[in-house]
Design a binder for this molecule. Structure first.
Ligand SMILES: Cc1cc2nc3c(=O)[nH]c(=O)nc-3n(C[C@H](O)[C@H](O)[C@H](O)COP(=O)(O)OP(=O)(O)OC[C@H]3O[C@@H](n4cnc5c(N)ncnc54)[C@H](O)[C@@H]3O)c2cc1C
Length: 289
């Protein structure tokens, strides 16, 4: 649930370049969307963050002690006294800064990983190889995403879903509630097959290819864009979930949660987190810390 902001001639272009809209099947997520002031788009069945998708995680994070733009590279220590080694990353590119030695944080009684399955599997390989092996069975597909903006309005509907092609989704992001409707901002997603095939391509190359595919979709011609960029989500959509709401080893006091436990949507991440919290609260015992 992310929003990319681009400054152009003193104006902002906003793109929800991750999750496009949210659907609530259960009461917990419905309540979460309500509490974070999500709004319908284009009808009550789909909700979006207001005034941008990142407003939802921002609202949920209020009051939490967070350290962002740091990547945990290793879990060391022992059960009941885990320490996390982390390094700063340049937020946008997620490039590690090798010049910096990892900082250590801890000791922590328990550690819960809430990161994509392949990244959780890598971190668990040292302290909990049996958990790592289970998580490694989860499959997640990538998603190359094009962000583009125009001076004039395109003669296209606000959203289009096209399963099976190079482009599987395109949406006029600026048609969502609370966005600047005068900005013609589009988010265009490549399908999992195309994204896999082009996974290691350079972003400018991918942006050109997806822009051409979008132009073809629009009937062959698009006006000169104000902005064209591509973002690679390496672990976007869960293809094979874990099939359990969360993972927890009570002896090691290590756990993992995320959408990948249940299904490919944000509601699954919330449900998995709630399941993890319940397990953790139960394992602490009545009145436990
Ligand atoms: C392109 C795209 C489109 C989507 N569309 C939809 C949609 O329309 N509707 C919907 O419901 N869902 C959609 N989803 C899925 C939705 O975004 C996920 O279900 C949800 O974000 C999962 O939440 P999470 O907390 O489990 O993981 P994430 O949102 O992936 O959060 C994990 C976080 O951990 C961080 N991280 C990873 N490794 C480390 C590390 N070693 N150290 C520190 N931090 C780390 C990551 O940077 C990330 O911020 C989409 C996802 C993508 C990528």
């Amino acid at each position: 649930m992310a929003t990319r902001r681009v400054e152009m001639d003193g104006q902002n272009l906003d793109f929800d370049h991750g999750a496009q809209f949210l659907t609530a099947h259960g009461t917990l997520f419905r309540a979460t969307l309500q509490a974070t002031h999500a709004q319908p788009w284009p009808d009550e069945t789909r909700q979006v963050g207001f005034p941008r998708m990142s407003s939802i995680p921002r609202a949920l994070a209020q009051g939490l002690d967070l350290l962002v733009s740091h990547e945990v590279v290793e879990i060391v220590g022992e059960p009941g006294a885990w320490r996390l080694r982390h390094v700063p990353v340049r937020a946008r590119q997620r490039v590690l800064r090798p010049e910096q030695a990892p900082t250590e944080e801890g000791p922590f009684e328990a550690v819960i990983l809430a990161v994509p399955a392949p990244q959780a599997a890598a971190l668990l390989a040292g302290p909990a190889p049996h958990l790592s092996a289970v998580v490694a069975e989860v499959r997640m597909a990538p998603c190359w995403t094009l962000m583009t903006a125009f001076e004039e309005r395109l003669p296209l509907p606000d959203s289009m879903r096209m399963p099976g092609g190079v482009i599987t989704w395109a949406a006029r992001d600026s048609s969502k509630p609370g966005r600047d409707a005068d900005r013609e901002c589009w988010v265009v997603q490549a399908g999992p097959e195309w994204s896999r095939e082009h996974l290691e391509d350079e972003a400018p190359e991918v942006a050109s290819a997806l822009f051409a595919a979008f132009a073809a979709l629009a009937g062959g011609g698009l006006p000169q864009p104000l902005h064209v960029a591509a973002h690679r989500w390496r672990y976007a959509l869960v293809e094979t979930p874990l099939g359990a709401p969360c993972l927890w080893d009570p002896a090691l006091k290590l756990g993992a949660a995320g959408d990948w436990c249940i299904a490919a949507r944000a509601e699954a991440a919330v449900d998995s987190g709630a399941a993890m919290a319940a397990v953790l609260a139960g394992s602490a015992g009545p009145g436990g810390g």
